[in-house]
Design a protein around this ligand. Structure first.
Ligand SMILES: *[C@@H]1O[C@H](CO)[C@@H](O)[C@H](O)[C@H]1NC(C)=O
Ligand SMILES: *[C@@H]1O[C@H](CO)[C@@H](O)[C@H](O)[C@H]1NC(C)=O
Length: 193
């Protein structure tokens, strides 16, 4: 080893020793955070899952699943701007409400546009079927209800849908303009582990 290399290596080891000692002096130990091996936690390979469900928004008696919680603040807004509904809507396998229950859409939506009927949707799809029972995905997005296909981001999930991201495409299957009852087809595409 040359003199130069020896000096450099001495300096380097002193820096390491100083860093080590100063962590005791300043008490800066970082034991609240650590890096994990993702494989040990089962997050090995990301997969893409598609599912299709029918979302039932029911205002009519006797068993409404959607409730207006904020009435439109102005009776002159054609878009009901400012109104909000809370929902606990069944998600079924087929358009018929009597078909197999896959889960529920729980959350709320509000009229967020003054120019057209555009909703802010904030809801969790809570699955009850098979291996997905108890898992959820969260959807937050804009819903222009009178356009044919509306796309909304899937921003996360829990259970089997941990680390989810993706999108949902909603298209109206049927609507009763008098009661406000609607059946909407949701095609959801999620990347998860
Ligand atoms: C709209 O609201 C105004 C003020 O609150 C009220 O005076 C009026 O009667 C309402 N019109 C209708 C059609 O409800
Ligand atoms: C889903 O889980 C709940 C509670 O964890 C349980 O009561 C229910 O029977 C399960 N449903 C199915 C279809 O496995």
């Amino acid at each position: 080893m040359s003199t130069r290399a020896r000096i450099l290596s001495t300096i380097a080891s002193q820096v390491i020793l100083l860093t080590f000692l100063s962590s005791f002096v300043t008490g800066e130990t970082q034991d609240f955070v650590r890096t994990l091996d993702r494989n040990l936690y089962g997050f090995k390979k990301e997969k893409l899952t598609h599912f299709r469900v029918y979302w039932h928004d029911i205002y009519s008696a006797p068993n409404p699943t959607a409730m207006p919680i904020v009435r439109p603040p102005s009776n002159t807004s054609a878009t009901f701007f400012g109104s909000i509904s809370m929902i606990d809507d069944p998600l079924t396998e087929k358009p018929e409400l009597s078909s197999r229950l896959i889960g529920r859409a729980q959350g709320f939506y509000g009229s967020a546009s003054q120019q057209e009927v555009g909703l802010l949707m904030a809801m969790n799809f809570v699955f009850v079927e098979g291996k997905y029972n108890g898992s959820t995905i969260s959807i937050l997005g804009r819903n222009r209800v009178f356009s044919k296909v509306r796309e909304m981001p899937v921003i996360g999930g829990s259970g089997l849908f941990r680390f989810s991201r993706g999108y949902a495409q909603a298209s109206t299957h049927s609507v009763d303009l008098k009661s406000g009852d609607a059946v909407v087809e949701y095609n959801v595409y999620v990347l998860h582990y």
